[in-house]
Design a protein around this ligand. Structure first.
Ligand code: AMP
Length: 465
């Protein structure tokens, strides 16, 4: 088996890698490291979770060390462009970790924070600059940044750059770089526009392609739960009754939806927070740190906000809403199978999302096992209690389908949420378990989330066609 030493990496990097506990290179690392060390351009088709950051950071650090020179004033030797702030921070952190025995300077530049510290960091020059395109352009326009001495350009998650409308700023930034430089280009998918950008930037590139969508997807245990839109929250809370769901990353389509779901989880005793574009940088960082540190069990995110989240131990990804683009499904669930780990991905699918599910199954070339939780009496009872006990603004938007479900039957108003009985009337027994780790019928905890007594028995099991 190939080792990092076999790939030709120098001692300070090998030491940092062993301190990180990385024993063997991932496939993208094995492919990319020797190529980048040679100074060649690279086109890497890889999604997050494959170890692609180290695949470019390690050989770049080694090349910088082999040709020591001062960082250019107001500029940098290596420029990494990232679509999001979170990813930029993550990449910078990786450079710091892998390069900790080499003494290079690393700075990050992104929007939403003060200019001053970034201006000061750039003034003296940095070896490695990681930036989002918008803010970097501001610095270029203000003549705070001058990229005329860049030796290596990395474009990470290029397909997301396209989604976020960053291609024009990227072209503008690239126009200020020296012609002679090394280019590394990473993207999980290759839409036409991205292929075009790659061919503009790269010169005779080597290609390293790993984990086409289906490969990573295959390592993740996936399931679909069919449920009414207005019972998704109850079903989600129920999922958290499973102790195996140690750290759940939940995706919603909208920012408001993310806030609502996080508030609901908190209300039913699952420590949760949300992360999305309307949150300040400080709020996002605090939420992320709490999630990483384990004091938050659930983090609810929109696709964009979640893009750079790198948390090794996400046990479950839950798609509260299915994404509009099938590729996003792959990105999302990839969060739970970092660097070879296995993970669980559960999608809550309402009737009006079946078309999206079909698209996802087509793109990923698989049929996801599905369980039907529609018309589940237990969930209906919980929804009714929620309606009676939660303030009106916290009740979910009622979906068009089937009003009046749940009725007022559970409206006993009195009990605090954490004391509600778990089964909600049970009555849906017999089906296959919706997920592992069931504890059906156990007495509920006096504090904390609602146990999942009601979760386990799915009424019907129906493969999706
Ligand atoms: P990335 O695809 O760059 O987002 O990396 C995914 C995760 O894999 C990160 O948490 C890295 O710390 C981790 N990682 C990267 N390379 C290795 C390796 N060779 N062995 C184990 N973990 C790794």
């Amino acid at each position: 088996m190939t080792t990092f030493k076999d790939l030709g990496l120098v001692k300070p990097l090998l030491t940092a890698l062993s301190e990180e506990g990385y024993e063997t290179p991932t496939p993208i690392q094995a492919l990319a490291i020797p190529t980048v060390l040679e100074g060649r351009d690279l086109l890497g088709i890889a999604q997050t979770g494959t170890g692609k950051t180290a695949a470019f950071a390690l050989p770049i650090l080694q090349r910088l060390a082999a040709d020591p020179r001062p960082a250019p004033r107001r500029g940098c030797r290596v420029l990494v462009l990232s679509p999001t702030r979170e990813l930029a921070s993550q990449i910078a952190e990786s450079f710091r970790v892998y390069g900790r025995h080499m003494g290079f300077s690393v700075a990050v530049v992104f929007g939403g924070v003060k200019y001053g510290p970034q201006v000061r960091a750039l003034a003296a020059g940095v070896d490695i600059l990681v930036a989002t395109p918008g803010r970097l352009i501001d610095h270029i326009n203000e003549k705070v940044a001058n990229l005329g001495a860049v030796e290596v350009l990395v474009l990470d998650e290029a397909d997301q750059m396209l989604d976020l409308g960053f291609l024009p700023p990227i072209r503008r930034i690239v126009s200020t770089l020296p012609k002679k430089r090394q280019n590394l280009f990473f993207s999980a998918t290759m839409p036409t526009e991205i292929g075009k950008l790659a061919s503009e930037l790269l010169v005779n590139p080597a290609q390293a392609s790993v984990t086409p969508a289906a490969t990573t997807v295959a390592r993740i245990s996936q399931q679909v739960l069919f449920v009414e839109t207005d019972r998704k929250r109850q079903l989600l809370a129920e999922l958290f009754g499973d102790a195996n769901m140690a750290r759940g990353l939940i995706f919603t389509r909208t920012k408001r939806g993310a806030d609502r779901v996080a508030k609901y989880l908190d209300a039913v005793g699952v420590k949760a927070d949300s992360i999305h574009g309307d949150k300040s940088q400080g709020q996002r960082e605090r939420a992320l740190a709490a999630f990483k540190g384990g004091s938050l069990r659930a983090l609810v995110a929109t696709d964009i906000a979640a893009r750079g989240i790198d948390v090794d131990a996400v046990s479950h990804v839950v798609n509260f809403d299915l994404p509009n683009v099938p590729e996003s499904y792959v990105h999302r669930i990839g969060r739970t199978a970092r660097a070879g780990a296995d993970g669980v991905a559960i999608s809550l699918v309402a009737d009006d999302e079946r078309g999206l599910l079909k698209d996802i199954q087509k793109v990923t070339r698989q049929t996801i096992p599905s369980f039907d939780r529609r018309n589940c009496r237990a969930l209906g009872a919980l929804a009714a209690v929620d309606k009676a006990t939660l303030p009106p603004e916290k009740t979910p938007q009622r979906a068009a389908q089937g009003g009046g479900r749940g009725g007022n039957g559970g409206g006993n108003g009195g009990p605090s949420r954490n004391r509600r009985t778990g089964g909600g009337g049970g009555g849906n027994g017999g089906g296959r378990p919706a997920h592992a780790g069931g504890q059906g019928g156990k007495p509920r905890a006096s504090n904390g989330p609602r146990p999942i007594a009601a979760t386990q028995p799915a009424q019907r099991w129906s493969p999706v066609d």
